[in-house]
Design a protein around this ligand. Structure first.
Ligand code: RB5
Length: 149
């Protein structure tokens, strides 16, 4: 499994915790920045990771900002991206099972590092259930096509 990570300054420390955690499990990762706590713009990192995931260079993305809101909104503008902002483990597995989410967004000012790592593990280990959910995801793609034509 290959995971692309990105964050703004608000997510910098949590991203490092997640990277250490994933590396300890021998999961292949790439860090697309930001690389310090200097103030920056979350859409820049959302775009980098979302394009990598949409191009299928990575299986999943993990994006972190202060709330997780801005970076998930930005990532969801890239066609093919289904970024889910999760602050609990139920949402983390449900969004993989039902929405086939391909990016997990986290708010570093919302969840502590212990819960964040559980959310990451839950998200990465859950499987898309297919079945009735396929038609619903196809309808999301149709919305993208309608407005990107
Ligand atoms: C940065 O201060 C903050 O606005 C950002 O990390 C995020 O919370 C935006 O949604």
């Amino acid at each position: 499994m290959k995971v692309a990570l990105g964050c703004d300054h608000g997510g910098y420390h949590l991203k490092n915790d997640i990277i250490k955690h994933l590396e300890s499990k021998n999961i292949e990762i790439k860090d697309f920045g930001t690389y310090s706590t200097e103030s920056c713009d979350y859409p820049d990192y959302a775009l980098k990771v979302a394009e990598e995931v949409a191009s299928k260079n990575y299986d999943f993305g993990i994006l972190i900002c202060g709330t997780g809101i801005g970076i998930s909104i930005a990532a969801n503008k890239v066609p093919g991206i289904r970024a889910a902002l999760c602050s609990d483990t139920f949402s983390a597995h449900a969004t993989r099972e039902h929405n086939n989410a391909n990016i997990l967004a986290l708010g570093a000012r919302v969840v502590g590092p212990g819960l964040a790592l559980d959310i990451v593990d839950t998200f990465l280990n859950a499987k898309f259930e297919g079945d009735r959910h396929i038609n619903r995801i196809d309808k999301i793609s149709q919305i993208e096509k309608k407005y990107n034509a």
